[in-house]
Design a protein around this ligand. Structure first.
Ligand SMILES: Cc1cc2nc3c(=O)[nH]c(=O)nc-3n(C[C@H](O)[C@H](O)[C@H](O)COP(=O)(O)OP(=O)(O)OC[C@H]3O[C@@H](n4cnc5c(N)ncnc54)[C@H](O)[C@@H]3O)c2cc1C
Length: 436
């Protein structure tokens, strides 16, 4: 089989990169190990672009949120991931959440049907000698991880992310729980809310702290990510932490009391049918039996049936600021680009974004052209700049896109106006980049 570029890993980043290259007319070999007898500790299907945890692509607000802005930029650049995300949207207030199976099936079908893409179900254990994009994600198979570590001369860092549980809708007691989005945003009824009074909340927090954890001691010092922090680790930070985090009751009117509850557990729709709901922010490393016991103490979830329980997984990423150039090429082997979470971005959309950019940089190179990176004023450019040059290699940590990665707005500005200024500036910068 002849091809112009070899893409390894059919996740969010690899599927997007393959799509970009194929749409530009280049022949792509897309190697994905799932479907060949291999899998990762977090994937459950053989579909491309499987969402391993939450079904949310987070905020879709392009005026005041950096990830919403990233969505908008991806749409402007013909992203397959956003196209399928939009097609498989489920209600989630101002967030873009998707039916996870429909979404992944949509990406798989589009990629498989593209005349320029050949999907090969195979595990790759060596670094290719041909033009290639490695997008094997945080759970890269061990053989390839070892090759990458040997090539880069440094061990990739590893830490653990945690997965939130999913509950069958018909097992939730709607006499206690009710439908409502915080502050009635979106459709106003996008979440299921389970209220806790003061005693129930503090008993729950104490039980979380006492609960039996998976290999707790071994991973005690894991540098968890703020956005995916296990619920019990949050509980250990202080008795009020959860009440000001995923269990806050503000903006939610309990129909039984007419008041905001002391604390509240929210569930968000997880599939188009509305039969599965995930417990928002409840990523956990508690043992499975302990999760069932504890989460059934939440009012409304006394009889909850769990479609999936939370868990712990490895996350591998490169010291990209040191190892990659500004177009994501491995300095020591420039025929290879990296994309997705393995570069040290964090999140589905960020991974897809870096896949899109790796694809576009590869296209330019295959054409004998150069493509300037997107301006740092754009969400794409800010994220790329964090990966390839924004941080000290030794203290480099994965990052979601956020306004902290953007160059500050010059001069004195009112805080209330700043987000809109960032997003307006980004839109002009992207338009100029696209025109050039
Ligand atoms: C447990 C866990 C939970 C997460 N939860 C969230 C979340 O809720 N929200 C969020 O935004 N982000 C989450 N992330 C982070 C991140 O967004 C996802 O991991 C995302 O899928 C990364 O995209 P990717 O394309 O880089 O990697 P992946 O989507 O993992 O794709 C990599 C692909 O490469 C394949 N592969 C690996 N090694 C090889 C090999 N040697 N040969 C061939 N194929 C190979 C894998 O099978 C996989 O299909 C989570 C990560 C983990 C690990």
């Amino acid at each position: 089989m002849t091809y112009d570029i070899h893409i390894v890993g059919g996740g969010l980043a690899g599927s997007e990169a393959a799509w970009q290259c194929a749409e530009a007319g280049f022949k792509v070999r897309l190697s994905e190990m799932r479907g060949s007898g291999d899998t990762t500790p977090a994937h459950h299907t053989d579909d491309l672009a499987e969402l391993v945890c939450s079904n949310s692509f987070r905020s879709d607000d392009a005026d005041s949120n950096a990830v919403g802005l990233l969505h908008q930029e991806l749409r402007a650049l013909g992203s397959l991931i956003l196209r399928e995300g939009d097609r498989h949207r489920v209600p989630a207030g101002s967030a873009l959440a998707v039916d996870r199976d429909g979404f992944s099936a949509g990406v798989t079908a589009a990629v498989a049907a593209h005349p320029n893409i050949t999907v090969v179900r195979e595990r790759i254990d060596a670094l290719p000698d041909t033009p290639a994009i490695i997008a094997t994600g945080p759970l890269t198979a061990p053989g390839l991880s070892e090759r990458i570590a040997a090539e880069t001369g440094r061990d990739s860092l590893a830490f653990f992310d945690a997965i939130a549980p999913i509950v069958h809708r018909d097992s939730i007691d709607m006499e206690t729980a009710w439908f409502q989005s915080r502050w009635n945003k979106g459709e106003g009824t996008d979440y299921i809310n389970c209220p806790l009074d003061k005693d129930q909340y503090h008993a729950f927090v104490a039980a979380l702290i006492d609960g039996e954890k998976t290999e707790y001691r071994e991973w005690e010092n894991v540098p968890y990510f703020e956005g995916c922090m296990p619920i019990e680790v949050m509980a250990e930070r202080g008795p009020e932490t959860l009440r000001f985090g995923p269990m806050k009751g503000v903006g939610l009117d309990d129909p039984r009391t007419g008041r905001w509850p002391y604390a509240c557990v929210q569930l968000r729709q997880d599939n188009a049918l509305g039969t599965l709901w995930n417990i928002v922010g409840f990523q956990t490393k508690l043992k499975h039996a302990e999760q069932v016991r504890l989460f059934r103490t939440i009012p409304g979830l006394e009889n909850a049936e769990f479609a999936r329980l939370g868990g712990l997984h490895r996350n591998t990423f490169l010291r990209s600021p040191e190892l990659l150039d500004e177009t994501l090429r491995l300095r020591s082997r420039p025929n290879i680009r990296f994309a997705g979470q393995i570069t040290g971005c964090e999140g589905y959309i960020e991974s897809a974004s870096i896949g899109l950019l790796a694809g576009r940089f590869a296209i330019a190179e295959l054409r004998g052209e150069t493509l300037a990176p997107p301006p740092v004023e754009t969400a794409l450019g800010a994220l790329l700049s964090h990966i390839t040059g924004g941080a000290e290699a030794d203290s480099y940590q994965p990052m979601n896109v956020n306004f902290g990665l953007f160059p500050p707005i010059p001069g004195r500005t009112k805080k209330a106006d700043r987000k809109k200024m960032y997003t307006d500036r980004a839109r002009s910068a992207l338009a100029e980049w696209l025109a050039a």
